[in-house]
Design a protein around this ligand. Structure first.
Ligand SMILES: Cc1cc2nc3c(=O)[nH]c(=O)nc-3n(C[C@H](O)[C@H](O)[C@H](O)COP(=O)(O)OP(=O)(O)OC[C@H]3O[C@@H](n4cnc5c(N)ncnc54)[C@H](O)[C@@H]3O)c2cc1C
Length: 437
């Protein structure tokens, strides 16, 4: 069997390993827009010397249950656990800043209320639940930021989650996140590069070759690069490109897809998640290592999360999520750096000095991603919209038996994650091969 795979991120790599590993008679042709493997798993190890900055995914979540833990071990990559201690730096009425554990009341009251709303929602697992932050008090903003379902741990949208998320977290109680020392993006890329080493001529890789057209019938497909320079006929195609890219019409289908698919691409949108890394040569001791700090921004409104790891204490890593990240993605990079530095400087009374070396992401403007990771848009339905999980189920249904969509957005329990992308890549490859189980 000859299968074309579009996209060399986690899902495409996992699908290729599965197909090529299952029989010596199978062949894969892989098209990838970027110059190498990884997709939204992308490590930048050049902007700041000695620091592997994961611009996309950075945590192996639920380490003991995550397929990437075994892959890291197999390929000789070291991992180390995330130590979580959450501290908010809160401004008092007199303008002074105080540090407070985020378990302090009244922040805890807000995050407990969020938890309670999810418990309630679990009774109807196919339903979007929403508890929109009022964002009018520091406690409300921090409560959402540090909640297990807050913007930093779950969806790329600030307040839209579905009840299934609740189920997936409780099933893995106590299992923490792990970092990859050389970067999670480096690991995913290395696993992609293994394909050629292991399977030789049975895989053809076309990098910097975006696909423009997929032609299909019930018995086969023809995939054409955007430039028209490459045309490949095969038995089936596995498409792993982000749903936001599919919604943009970057790939044309002949015959056109039915409206069910087009509507699914619009429901499964990619939200925003922003990261900055700054090399510093002076950081105050009160900003302890291995601790997540939070600070409120007022214009645009949102919450910064920032930390430094004990392994690289002179690098400050900064995250922003949801609507706040979207607003930051709309600004020039230099203005985002300036805004963060100003807010931080006020909170630490001028004690931070920066050294050369910085990096910033903008996933919303990356044409091969158009966002960070998928969430379920509330189209037309509101909090009890029954289409929440249905959109992901519909995405997985093959078209004419030869066109298969997969990737993180196809996962029902682990969408928005690297493990979800891997599992869906494997499952779709097995479905294409007709292997059950
Ligand atoms: C900022 C950020 C933080 C994250 N944090 C975490 C985390 O800590 N832990 C976690 O588990 N997950 C995290 N994620 C999510 C995780 O990175 C993704 O779920 C996962 O990488 C998606 O893999 P994928 O294969 O489904 O898609 P992708 O990695 O997006 O792969 C799709 C590929 O298709 C390519 N492509 C697009 N258009 C075309 C075209 N026309 N022709 C050919 N190729 C094309 C793209 O270049 C890309 O390589 C994060 C993501 C982001 C962006």
């Amino acid at each position: 069997m000859h299968v074309v795979i579009i996209g060399g991120g986690a899902a495409g790599i996992a699908a290729a390993h599965t197909i090529l590993g299952s029989s010596k008679s199978h062949k894969v042709t892989l098209f990838e827009s970027r110059g190498t493997y990884g997709g939204r798993a992308l490590t930048d190890d050049t902007s700041i010397s000695g620091f592997a900055f994961d611009k996309g995914c950075q945590y192996i979540q639920d380490e003991k249950h995550n397929p990437w833990t075994a892959i890291a071990k197999e390929l000789g990559f070291d991992t180390f656990p995330e130590k979580v201690d959450d501290v908010l730096r809160r401004e008092e009425e007199d303008g002074k800043f105080v540090d407070e554990k985020t378990t302090a009341e009244p922040v805890k009251e807000v995050s407990d209320a969020i938890e309670a709303s999810y418990e309630e929602a679990r009774k109807q697992p196919n339903v979007i639940v929403a508890r929109k932050p009022r964002l009018d008090t520091q406690a409300e903003m921090f409560g959402h930021a540090v909640s297990e379902f807050g913007p930093f741990t779950e969806s790329a949208e600030v307040y839209q989650y579905i009840a299934a998320d609740r189920a997936r977290v409780v099933s893995y109680e106590g299992d923490g996140n792990a970092f990859v020392t050389r970067g999670l993006g480096t690991l995913v890329r290395a696993y992609g590069l293994e394909l050629k080493k292991r399977f030789g001529d049975r895989i053809t890789e076309y990098f910097q070759t975006p696909v423009g057209i997929v032609r299909y019938t019930g018995s086969g497909v023809t995939v054409v690069s955007r430039s028209g320079g490459k045309t490949v006929a095969a038995d089936a195609v596995i498409i792993t490109v982000p749903t936001s890219v599919l919604a943009s019409g970057a790939i044309a289908f002949d015959p056109p897809l039915s409206k069910e698919y087009r509507s699914v691409f619009n429901i499964l949108r990619l939200g925003s998640y922003k990261k900055l890394a700054l090399k510093c040569n002076r950081i105050p001791d009160e900003l302890e290592v291995d601790t997540n700090y939070y600070l409120i921004e007022t214009e645009p409104e949102g919450v910064w999360k920032y930390y430094r790891l004990s392994k690289t204490p002179d690098v400050l890593v900064v995250h922003a999520a949801g609507d706040f990240a979207m607003a930051l993605d709309g600004m020039a990079d230099k203005d985002v750096f300036a805004l963060f530095k100003k807010t931080l400087q006020e909170a630490y009374e001028g004690l931070i000095a920066y050294a050369p070396g910085k990096a910033i992401t903008n996933w919303s403007r990356d044409p091969d991603a158009l966002g960070a990771y998928s969430y379920t848009a509330m189209v037309g339905g509101g909090p009890s919209d029954p289409t929440a999980l249905n959109a992901r189920i519909q995405l997985k249904k093959p078209v004419s038996g030869t066109v298969h969509f997969t990737g993180e957005a196809a996962s029902l329990g682990f969408y928005g994650t690297l493990s979800g992308a891997y599992d869906e890549g494997v499952a779709t490859a097995r479905a294409v091969l007709g292997v059950s189980g």
